[in-house]
Design a protein around this ligand. Sequence first.
Ligand SMILES: Cc1cc2nc3c(=O)[nH]c(=O)nc-3n(C[C@H](O)[C@H](O)[C@H](O)COP(=O)(O)OP(=O)(O)OC[C@H]3O[C@@H](n4cnc5c(N)ncnc54)[C@H](O)[C@@H]3O)c2cc1C
Ligand code: FES
Length: 245
Amino acid sequence: MKQGNYRTIFNRRIADQYFQMRLEGDCSAFSRGGQFVDIAIDGFFLRRPLAVREWDSCSFDVIYKTVGKGTEALSLITPGTVLNVLTGLGNGFDPYSCKDAALLISGGLGVSPLFSLAKELVRTGKKVSLIAGFNKASEIILENEYRELGVNLHIVTMDGSAGTRGLVTDAIAALKPEFDYFYTCGPKLMMKAVCTSLTVPGEASLEERMGCGCGICYGCTCHTVKGPARVCADGPVFKKEDIIW
Ligand SMILES: Cc1cc2nc3c(=O)[nH]c(=O)nc-3n(C[C@H](O)[C@H](O)[C@H](O)COP(=O)(O)OP(=O)(O)OC[C@H]3O[C@@H](n4cnc5c(N)ncnc54)[C@H](O)[C@@H]3O)c2cc1C
Ligand code: FES
């Protein structure tokens, strides 16, 4: 983990309530897709944790939804503004657990932290499919980016306004994709349904309200078969078999 100041390159609306923000600064603490950052926002005591979509040697970006005062304040940040950020938090997804073919399953914003994982899997010659669930067509994000990577993308929406109508688990049952490992990120109920219905091994990225974001306060503790675990430091990604839903 590193703490540093990061300059805002852009911060723009990309769909309904969704914003993408790119920040410039030291990215040496990032090692895996699925890690997150904790951003200090003026006027707020606690930092706000956001998953990293992608990074390079000198900048990274996050995609966030405005759900409350913190993310609303974040959406007003203008280019050039400097933010204090903890980077390289959490363990991220393990790309080496997949042998040949990976299935990625996302719900809503869960499609963002899976992006760097998909890039790494494609780079190492794995076949990558993504079943991405959204509520409606106007909430779809990153479709072109995944297609440009060469990921076999299938979109499902709850209201049928794009892709096939229904749940990601309906799409898995209908498409019967071939894969030896899965990675999932999204609403807890969706991930529970995915993890308990698939017999193939995999991992899921959990989310809890966070205090410190870096392993000190134990405010994000969840229960696993190995005992209590801190989502921020021991996760947020956990092996399917370790999670107690
Ligand atoms: C590891 C991690 C990664 C995350 N990645 C992303 C991301 O990539 N993009 C994104 O938009 N959000 C992400 N979140 C959630 C994000 O941190 C919260 O939405 C944000 O902190 C809300 O701040 P706020 O001040 O706007 O809302 P608040 O005023 O704090 O809360 C508004 C509403 O959102 C709910 N809420 C707030 N935080 C959470 C949370 N952590 N889990 C569930 N419900 C919450 C509250 O219960 C309340 O109903 C992530 C959270 C964690 C722990
Ligand atoms: S948020 Fe403090 S230990 Fe996880």
